[in-house]
Design a protein around this ligand. Sequence first.
Ligand code: MIC
Ligand code: SF4
Length: 640
Amino acid sequence: MGKNLVQKILQAHLVSGELKTGEEVGISIDQTLTQDATGTMVYLQFEAIGIPRVKTKLSVSYVDHNTLQTSIENSDDQVYLQTVAAKYGIYYSKPGNGICHQVHLERFAVPGQTLLGSDSHTTTCGGLGMIAIGAGGSDVAVAMTGSPFFLPTPKIVLVRLLGRLRPWVTAKDIILHLLKKLTVKGGVGRIFEYGGPGIKCLSVPERSTITNMGAELGATTSVFPSDELSYQYLKMQQREKAWVELGADKDAQYDEEVEINLDDLEPLIARPHSPDNVCTVKEVAGTKLHQICIGSCTNSSYNDLMAVAKILKGKTIPPELSVTISPGSRQVLENIAKEGALEDLIRAGVRVLEPACGPCIGMGQVPPSGGISLRAFNRNFRGRCGSSDSEVYLCSPETAAASAVTGVITDPRDLGKPIRTKPLRKYVVDDKLIVPPASDPSKVEIVRGPNIKEIPKRGPIGDALEGEVLIKLKDGISTDDILPAGTKVLTYRSNIPAISRFTFEYVDPDFVNRAKEKKGGFILAGINYGQGSSREHAALAPMHLGVKAVLVKSFARIHRGNLINAGILPLTLKEEPSYDEIDQGDYLRLEGVREAIKEGKPLSIKNVTKNKEITVIANLTAREAEIILAGGLLNYKAQG
Ligand code: MIC
Ligand code: SF4
């Protein structure tokens, strides 16, 4: 029987286990990437493991999130990241060089290899035929030591693309269509492999828009074959030697299939406050806007920004509207400058930001109170943009640019004749802001500013856990709800005691005081708890506040892994009514915890307040059980 592309790459990297849906496998990791907002934690953990040099083929540390230097914290983090990279054999992409996923795609992605990154959108490089997975920081630290990454074998879904996109319909609309169809939890436990004749009309950056937002489906990752278009992309990057042809066998089998006829699609938009709250642009056309932001790791390629510049050429942005662009990389910025497009954008009244995440994570460009922001980004969870009462819509760069002309949400088809960007004959490629590791690491001294604090560790789990339900939450709680983004909070990414003060800040401002007063306890939540980002801070901060276990209807993949790595027990409620039967403030007691974990048995929780018993399951693999018993990944690794 033939193999699909995912099976081929996973098989070639298989270290342990068998590729059978649901079974845990260990895969070797060729490359790792980190970004600064999660990176400091990764390298602190890597240092704690204590090996002299990374053992991957390539590891890169990017600075793209906390680029604003409003006080010493981010600047200090950057010095730490640069020195630690130099010492341990890691490439360092300086602030200003661009967003990790865009730069990695341009300069480092290799078809057929595996990439593990401490950022949920690491999946972007799947657009160039990699198995690229987002994970928590400690998993990435461990992968840098040459150890495999473990995951339950996902189901493999073929997304067959038929036909061709019509004018003004883009790759972004394909992934928004999938989000509408499958929702933000539709991809959990799955890898999406794209195929069918329709992929031939999608360039690598367009494919990468789709694989990037596969993260919003909750998918483990998404991948496109490596074909002639991948070769052309690598050639433009002067890296054609990295190309190999890769694809599924003709008789490949899949666990599931989805078919999309590209001719049927039209411009789409995600309404507040979830990327799957999708409708057609037409349905919300005319909505007045305060702000438009174009960029992010989803839509900041050369072609994206050229299209925006062409639409805005000769136009003037309405006075009451603020429009920003953040190029995905310094390379994109340089090339749009060379082509004159930057001038068109500046003339139209666009604010040109540096190549970084910027507004996507609330690093500036917070909408005004009650304001409406239209973004060619990937996430619109409440509060993520830095304000909790504003509304964020997500769309393609073309829809954003059409709306920048009018000041209201506008269907780009209203612009009439489609625009075309000619492929460039000569593309500027320049790696000046990528610093290679030191040739003599013994000469490098790692510099740690006062904001860089040790990572708190949890001790081995006790046999009895007890305490109050500190908070009862609904379905779809994102990591932006657990530990928000924004300049104020992001500054403390290297300082868990300081950042934990912001836990559930927008959801329940009293949570932190309550957790401290009750000396920890439990979190209760609904479906897809912890969706969104890979930030392990969303597990480390609750751990610091004494959270012992999290009880939910279901977890998002990366966050569940982060809880385990932090030594917090992830528990799934067995029957539906049990969620309704527990209230905030209820006192819970679990006994025989260690034995139940060792034997993989369900656990019984006594709700002391209600005098009821509830059954929960931890569903841990043998390795996860050992991590929890040891009190987290670092303690487990220290056992040898
Ligand atoms: C995000 O998009 O939410 C982030 C910021 O890039 C995160 C990582 C983080 O929280 O630092 C992600 O997607 O993993
Ligand atoms: Fe940066 Fe936004 Fe992409 Fe996260 S989603 S990596 S914050 S651009």
